[in-house]
Write a protein that binds this ligand. Structure first.
Ligand code: PHE
Length: 361
């Protein structure tokens, strides 16, 4: 009998060592220590044994039972903590993942949106979009654009010059490198790079020593250039009209006023009819329209026919002043955005105040 008890204990210990889960362990506990277990019935039957057997068998059976009970307890603790470890690892949360669904992180700046709107319209008219350097040579910013050497725009109080470091290549004289004051230098660069016919626009940053409610030292312009055979001022007017109707509404009209730019001849400034008072200058109750200041027209930019002298600088690239003509125009992106969105101070675009920017989401 004691041998059988030993056998049961060995078998039970082996089975417990194998058990992988709490449920399995519980089954084994029922099998080896439960009411119907062999060991339990041995213990229950002690009294029926021969008297000399009762002591040794009872002692062995009780020891086996105690031992197994202890074993089940330790093994049960082990399995519980292993199971806990496992579920902690399996259910681990990556706190660095974005919340679900992901929140939109922002939207385009109103200046970027206005720039893209203009690009879309001009691409629709067959123009290509080009970009150029913001740090520019005097040659492209002024000289090749037909500015005489003493032109006021070249003066230090109007323009930011860049100091070229000792040994650096400024490409010439001492005040030769500057932050471009307009996007027009790209007229020359584009013609140097591409033979006619050429239809392109250049959106980009420009710099001037100006700062007030309608001027910022850094602002954005869009340049336009169309060169080919037989291009006239009427084409310029039609192009500007098509663009401005897309931007300000299909009922807009434009007008051109004589002006002067060194690199266009003739030169004009162009205005769009006021979209608030519909060009009348007055609002419904006879009130003066504040947007156009009662004039009915809003000034937008400069334009003109490319001066033959400018073609003279790019003659080698195929721009023969006698056989081709072209028009150019330029205007500020901030001004368009201010008008479209009723923003009164240009500097608001660059303060990065979210209360302002979030109105354009
Ligand atoms: N570059 C001029 C300016 O910044 C605008 C302009 C562009 C005028 C093209 C004529 C032709 O004022």
């Amino acid at each position: 009998m004691t041998e059988r008890i030993e056998q049961i204990e060995t078998e039970a210990r082996a089975a417990v060592a194998e058990a992988g889960s709490g449920a399995e362990l519980e089954q084994l506990r029922v099998r080896y220590l439960g009411r119907k277990a062999e060991l339990t019935s041995i213990l229950r039957g002690i009294s029926e044994l021969e008297p000399d057997q009762r002591g040794p068998v009872g002692g062995a059976a009780n020891r086996a039972r105690k031992g197994l009970e202890q074993l089940f307890e330790t093994r049960s603790d082990e399995i519980a903590s292993a199971e806990l470890e496992q579920s902690l690892a399996a259910e681990r949360i990556d706190v660095t993942l974005p919340g679900s669904p992901a929140r939109a992180v922002g939207h385009l700046h109103p200046i970027t949106r206005t720039r893209r709107l203009i690009e879309d319209v001009m691409i629709g008219l067959g123009y290509q979009v080009m970009e150029g350097p913001e740090i520019e040579h005097d040659y492209y910013n002024f000289t090749a654009l037909n500015h005489p050497p003493d032109h006021p725009a070249r003066m230090l109080q109007d323009t930011f010059y860049v100091e070229v470091p000792e040994g650096g290549d400024s490409g010439g004289g001492s005040q030769d490198v500057l932050l471009r004051t307009h996007t027009s230098p790209m007229q020359v660069r584009a013609m140097e790079a591409t033979p006619p016919p050429l239809f392109m626009i250049v959106p980009g940053k420009t710099y001037r020593r100006d700062s007030d409610a309608t001027h910022s030292p850094m602002f954005h312009q869009v340049e336009g250039l169309a060169v080919g055979e037989g291009i006239t001022l009427a084409d310029l007017k039609g192009t500007l009209l098509a663009m401005l109707r897309e931007v300000f509404g299909p009922d807009r009209e434009i007008r051109m006023r004589p002006h002067f730019f060194p690199f266009t001849e003739p030169s004009v400034e162009f205005d769009v009819s006021c979209f608030r008072c519909k060009g009348s200058g007055t609002l419904r109750k006879g009130e003066r329209c504040a947007l156009c200041k009662g004039i009915g027209w809003i000034e937008l930019g400069g334009a003109g026919m490319v001066d033959p002298n400018v073609f003279g600088f790019v003659r080698e690239s195929g721009y023969e002043p006698d056989s081709i003509t072209g028009f150019a125009f330029g205007f500020g992106i901030e001004r368009i955005a201010m008008l479209r969105h009723g923003v009164g101070d240009l500097r608001l675009f660059f303060d990065n105040d979210l209360r302002m920017l979030e109105q354009f989401s």
